[in-house]
Design a protein around this ligand. Structure first.
Ligand code: ARG
Length: 462
């Protein structure tokens, strides 16, 4: 390539006219993909080493390239590097600077590769780390929830369906439901790693290369497990981007559900939890207010993640093979989603460390709505040889009777109960006790105290 003048594009010989300034600005991705500088340099070092081992470049050239790349890495780290949108992206910004530092030997680094394989190599390396970081954050969150659960095994509250009191549960069991969700999120992110361990480097623009490269060498060097199978698929594939955005969307959806739950419980109508002053905000006009803004932030942010997932799906829909500029937007979507999700997990963790259940209110609410009716029906099946449907009807009649008398089920005396079902004995009265009710759900996965304690121990060992 002759003398490389630094303000000239790499394709200057073929396209001598200066490109439109507007297009250069719009088409440049440097502000986004400069985030990938470390991965880009690691990738280029591995590539240069491989080229030397395969006798494609000389020892001296390889050393010069690696020296230059390390110098660039330090410059960027120390913020002494000037990113130039005229060089479009991180790959060309680094290559340009390499020419300035080591001269024409820099022209050898792009042998047997293209930006098409380079960019996804960088991106996959970045995503492996981001995925593991999210999982570490989820571990912290799960630990926080376990701590809350451990303190609240015997805290009784109503479980809801349709937001109507359904059956009594332990507050710990409720919280442990979220442990299951966040644990599935971890599992989902972990599954994505399989794909992220496939090395794209060496497929070049779309066909592979006529140079005798060793893709297994760069695979090992860059922490991948195997080279990708098909060069065309490799440069066109953004499934790994969808996987990340989908996993993040589901996780943020879970966060939005717990956030909404806590918002409802914190409302005056429910009053089931108190939020500490650390996590509420005031009103500009209403002096009495303590608003759950942070929880609302968490609920709202799931919308951004879904939007980013849908953007990527839409970009890919109907896109022919292989590389197109359309794909360049993948990084902005992922970086934004990643940042938001990391913030949301940290904020949720902070919220959970700064709220307390209002145990008295939980119990009071659980005493409303004839919440032990199902326990009574179960009792009739077990002790009076009724079918469940028959027991259901008898219980419904008892609930109707209690409602008419304006009494709770545990305020009915035996004689009143016997008016509806003469077979009943005083033994039945125990089923109206909430603790008895919660603790009787001993089936695997149910809300009995012993079950919950076992689950907490299991997760603490993980
Ligand atoms: N900045 C580009 C991207 O992120 C890198 C790949 C460019 N390849 C190309 N043929 N224009 O997608």
């Amino acid at each position: 390539m002759g003398k490389n003048k630094n303000n000239q594009t790499i394709w200057k010989t073929r396209i001598p006219k200066k490109g439109s300034n507007l297009f250069q600005k719009i088409g440049s991705s440097i502000e986004i993909d400069k985030n990938l500088y470390k991965q880009d340099i690691v990738g280029s070092v591995a590539h240069a080493e491989m080229l030397f081992r395969q006798k494609i470049i000389s020892f001296k050239t390889k050393n010069k390239i690696i020296y230059g790349l390390n110098k660039i890495k330090n410059e960027i780290k120390k913020k002494k590097f000037t990113f130039n949108y005229k060089h479009e992206d991180i790959h060309m910004n680094i290559e340009k600077r390499l020419f300035e530092i080591i001269g024409d030997d820099a022209g050898y680094v792009h042998t047997a590769r293209s930006r098409n394989d380079q960019v996804i190599t960088d991106f996959k390396i970045w995503m492996r780390v981001a995925t593991n970081d999210i999982n570490k954050k989820l571990d912290v969150l799960i630990k926080t929830i376990l701590k809350i659960a451990q303190k609240n095994v015997q805290t009784i509250m109503p479980g809801f369906t349709h937001l109507k009191n359904a059956q009594a549960v332990s507050f710990a069991h409720y919280m442990m439901a979220y442990v299951e969700m966040f644990n599935r999120d971890k599992f989902r992110f972990n599954n994505n790693l399989e794909n992220l361990y496939e090395n794209p480097l060496g497929v070049a623009a779309l066909t592979g290369t006529s140079f005798n490269i060793d893709r297994n060498f760069t695979t090992k060097k860059l922490g991948f497990k195997k080279p990708t199978n098909n060069s065309i698929d490799t440069v066109a594939d953004r499934d790994f981007v969808l996987d990340f955005l989908f996993s993040a969307s589901v996780c943020s959806l879970h966060i939005s559900r717990i956030a909404e739950e806590l918002i409802i419980w914190n409302s005056e109508g429910f009053g089931l939890i108190n939020l500490s002053d650390k996590i509420v905000t005031g009103s500009s006009i209403m002096p009495q207010k303590k608003n759950p803004d942070l929880l609302e932030y968490l609920r709202g942010k799931s919308g951004n993640s879904f939007g980013n997932l849908f953007s990527m799906l839409t970009i890919l829909k109907g896109l022919p093979l292989s590389y197109f500029k359309d794909l360049q937007d993948d990084k902005e979507l992922v970086f934004k989603t990643n940042e938001t999700l990391n913030n949301c997990i940290s904020i949720l963790n902070e919220v959970l460390n700064n709220f307390s259940p209002n145990k008295k209110k939980m119990l009071e609410l659980a005493e409303k709505g004839y919440i032990t009716a199902t326990d009574l029906a179960d009792y009739l099946v077990k002790n009076h040889n009724m079918s469940f449907r028959r027991a259901y009807q008898v219980t419904a009649s008892i609930v109707n009777f209690a409602e008419k008398k304006k009494k709770k089920l545990n305020q009915l005396d035996l004689n009143e109960l016997k008016k509806i079902e003469p077979m009943l004995t005083s033994d039945v009265l125990k089923v109206f006790d909430l603790k008895y009710s919660v603790n009787s759900k001993k089936s695997f996965g149910g809300t009995s105290f012993a079950n919950i304690k076992k689950m907490i121990t299991k997760y603490k060992k993980n």
